[in-house]
Design a binder for this molecule. Sequence first.
Ligand SMILES: Cc1ncc(COP(=O)(O)O)c(C=O)c1O
Length: 372
Amino acid sequence: MTRGVESRKVERWMFRESIKKMAAYVPGEQPRPGQRVIKLNTNENPYPPSPRVRRAVAAAVSGTALRLYPAPRADEFVASAARLYSIPQKMIIAGNGSDELLAMIFRATLGAGDTVAYAVPTYSLYDTLALVQEARILHFPLGADFELPLEAIAQARAKLTIVCNPNSPSGTLTPARKIAALAKQLDDRLLVIDEAYVDFAEENALPLLKRHRNLVILRTLSKSYSLAGMRLGLCFAHPRAINALMKVKDSYNLSRVALAAGAEALKDSAWMRKNVEKVKRTRSVTEAALRKLGFVVTPSQANFVLARMPGKNMAPVTRGLRRAGILVRHFPTPLLRDALRISIGTPAEMKALFAALEPLIKQSTAKRRSPA
Ligand SMILES: Cc1ncc(COP(=O)(O)O)c(C=O)c1O
């Protein structure tokens, strides 16, 4: 028997059928240590976090503090969030990034055959988490301008409904009044609003929390707070939902270092706001420049833009950019093969992007025009 056959046989009794069948989530490419690239593929913030974070991290690792386990309920970080957002602590739970909070929500709500609904294209981790739970996935296509099919989603009355808002990869925002209407229609069903990018948008759903007990709102410090490497997420919901999530949480899900960083970052939201304003200014310049190059660009409310060349496969352009040391995101699905998702970097990074992108686009349109 060859090793491959042998290990497949072993796998047969080691893992659940559903895990064997499913594909793993594919994260955006992360450069090797020391590799110099312009990284516009996973929507990180191009500006550093508040200097208060660095001081807090230094204090957290000094002396013998790391000998001890961290606070299991992330008290100081949660207290910072409660003060900043004027929401009681019993309505907040912290996660190791909002990805962990999503996993906790899926684990706590979905068993085999339970339904989960969301519009697509969206954050593909939802599919992965649903497959792990053996849940039944209900996909609803977004409209022509990426508008949410609210009625269809409401009527599905899935056990769990998710709205990514602003949505990735479209960058579009469903207004809060529509979110409120959906929450009302879904009534006793859980509605999760994934607000990973909401600090870059015009409005958010937090004020709705008081009136809708079925609403769960997710935030992350990875994007606006420039702390993707620290893994910090927040979940806001009715105390009963928070209690349920506490039951499926790892005991010590956030490190002492992350907790110290998170608590301080939220105390300096002015620093975050300044960076967000810079990103938003670069975003509008980027959108205009992409349109000038011939892209169709939906106005974005996030820290990235989705740029399309209808009917044209953007995979070769993505590869060309990569050769020039610039990473952007291309999704090899039929719906998105004509699109690039480009994170907003510094003005200098965007200048480098356009210097590399322009000849690639000219080359590819010239090829298209030339007779066969
Ligand atoms: C829509 C959406 N939700 C959640 C996340 C996860 O964020 P975190 O870094 O907090 O796990 C991402 C990350 O890219 C995202 O795009």
